[in-house]
Structure formats: C-alpha cells, structure tokens
Design a binder for this molecule. Structure first.
Ligand code: PSU
Ligand code: MN
Length: 306
C-alpha cells in the first residue's frame, strides 16, 4: 500500500495507479514554465502526458499549486503553470516558504524528485539535469539537483546534463554523491543538445529490464540514492555541433556580462540558446524530452511488471 507523505496532494488518477501497482512517470514543471517559451510550453506539457497515456503509463506532472505540492495536475492547473509568467521556480529549499505563503511554483528536477519519491513514484523523465556550472570554483554554482538526487531513491531519465554546464565536474560530483549512472544504449555520457559529451560511462544498459533490475538491487542494498539513466538525443535530431559551440560561447559571455546569479542562470542560458539558434535548440530540447519520456515509460512498465 502506498502512503504518500503528509503535505502532498496526489491526484485521484495517480493515486489509483500507484495503489493498483500500475506504471507511473513523474514529469517536472520548471522545464515547462522556465525552460521552454510560451505558448509552445503548454503544447509540450500536454503532449508529454499524452505520450505516457498512449503507452499505458499514468503521467504525474508535479508543481506547487497555491502552496500545496501537487502530484498530477488537471488541465486547468497545467495551463496555469504553463501560461502564468508569475509562476516561480522552486527547488527543494523553496517548498516550505511556498507552502506558508501559498505560492504557485514550478518544480525543478530536485523538488520534483523529492516530491515524487515521497508520493511513492519510482520513475521520472526530464530534459537535462542541473549540475556544476562553469566557473563554479569561484561562483560555487552547483545545482541543488545533484545533492538531492544523492539522497532520493528515484530513477531519472535525462539526456545527461545541459551542455551549458561543466560536464566533467558534474560527473565528479555525481560520483561523490553516490548517484548510479547508466548509459541507455551508450557508453558515452550524452551532451544534452548533442548525442555525446566526450566523457565515458562505466555502465551501459540496453533494455528497461536491466534498469528495473538495477532499481531492485539498489533497494535490496538499502541505498536511497537516485539512478540516472542517460539517454542521448537521437543523432538525426541533435543540434549542429558548430552552431552549438558558437552559441554556447555567446550565451556564457552574456550571462557573465549580465552578472546573472542563482536560479536565473539556467533559464537565461537556455533562452539565449533558443533565440540565438532561431528556435533550432528549442526543437532539440523538445526532442530530448520526448525521447526521455518514451524511455521512462518503458522503465516504469518494466518496474511494475516486476
Ligand atoms: N531540463 C530542460 N530544461 C530545463 C530544466 C531541465 O530541458 O529548464 C530545468 C530543470 O528543472 C532543472 C533546472 O532542475 O533546469 C536546473 O536549474 P538550476 O541549474 O538553477 O538548479
Ligand atoms: Mn544554480
């Protein structure tokens, strides 16, 4: 029997699926509210949920609605999160204040993982994880996604970490934090907009049953850390590497010149990519998330099949 932790609202649909042991995949809302431009963002949010339903999987989009961490949004709430520019970005540390002040917030990989795990959900699909930013040795800018995943027993499907980050440093931190890292049909860590990052992976899996087996073994060992399944963007849908490198340099220069700090950095870099590539990076970002949702559906199905 699933008993969601207190302080959560779990939709009837998600709650019924969990209780019956049917597959459920969590989806985050920061990607929707702050990672993709309006109005495309709402269409993508709806499409991702439909993709899961077509595969017999219950979608559980997570957000904070009027202060209440909510697992599984109805159409009106999903539209509100996508459409309202006042919706804030909430990591784990923001949840208590958002609850007390009854704010509506989008949840990051960190807060979505923590809330989904608390509701009994085992699999989550996103685009790319947050990680260690370039220049973090000075700025100390490391996403709260990493330490949260170090202590949250969920399986996250992502296309690696966003290439705007220091990928090598992020991999080192994932090692330190005990996050299990599996390459999905690859031995190279993916580069979000690009299929590869040049960094090798220790573990490769080729089907969802191997991931479910890894999850079961993790549980038997009493570990409470996340498993990250790194799924490269399909090669034919990736960004042109030359365009990628040029735009990345420009985006980093603008972030530096603008003195950007804190949680504004990642949305700024992503938006600069979308404008500077005339929407090409946006299409890649959407392709990345679709591909991750498809893999997450397979994993959630394999997990419930036992
Ligand atoms: N993946 C995407 N687009 C996004 C994000 C991930 O394709 O916008 C979001 C996630 O919510 C992730 C956040 O948790 O970016 C990281 O933000 P920060 O670096 O401030 O922790
Ligand atoms: Mn940061």
């Amino acid at each position: 029997m699933i008993s969601p932790g207190p302080g959560l609202a779990v939709s009837a649909e998600v709650s019924a699926a969990l209780t019956a042991g049917r597959p459920v995949v969590a989806l985050e809302s920061t990607l929707i509210a702050h990672g993709l431009p309006r109005p495309r963002n709402r269409a993508v949010a709806v499409e991702l949920e439909e993709m899961l339903r077509e595969r017999g999987v219950t979608p559980a989009t997570v957000a904070v609605i009027d202060g209440v961490p909510t697992i599984g949004l109805d159409d009106a709430t999903l539209s509100r999160v996508a459409d309202d520019p006042a919706v804030a970005k909430a990591s784990v540390r923001d949840l208590p204040a958002a609850a007390a002040l009854r704010r509506t917030c989008a949840t990051t990989v960190a807060s979505t993982s923590m809330l989904a795990a608390r509701a009994g959900i085992r699999v989550f699909a996103t685009g790319g994880l947050g990680g260690v930013h370039r220049g973090a040795g000075e700025s100390f800018d490391e996403s709260a996604d990493l330490p949260t995943l170090g202590g949250t027993p969920i399986t996250v499907v992502s296309a690696g970490v966003k290439s705007i980050l220091d990928v090598g440093a992020t991999l080192e931190r994932m090692e330190t934090l005990g996050i299990t890292l599996l390459g999905w049909r690859t031995s190279e860590f993916p580069g979000f907009y690009l299929p590869g990052s040049g960094h090798r992976l220790d573990w490769r899996v080729d089907d969802a049953r191997q991931v479910a087996g890894t999850m079961a073994a993790r549980d038997r060992l009493g570990l409470t850390s996340a498993i990250v399944v790194a799924n490269p963007v399909p090669r034919e849908q990736a960004l042109d590497p030359g365009v990628h490198d040029r735009v990345l340099a420009e985006a980093l220069r603008r972030a530096e010149a603008g003195g950007l700090r804190g949680k504004a950095v990642t949305p700024f870099l992503l938006e600069t990519f979308h404008t500077e590539t005339a929407g090409a990076s946006l299409e890649v970002n959407v392709a990345v998330v679709r591909s991750n949702v498809a893999v997450a559906a397979e994993i959630a199905t394999a997990w419930t099949a036992g």
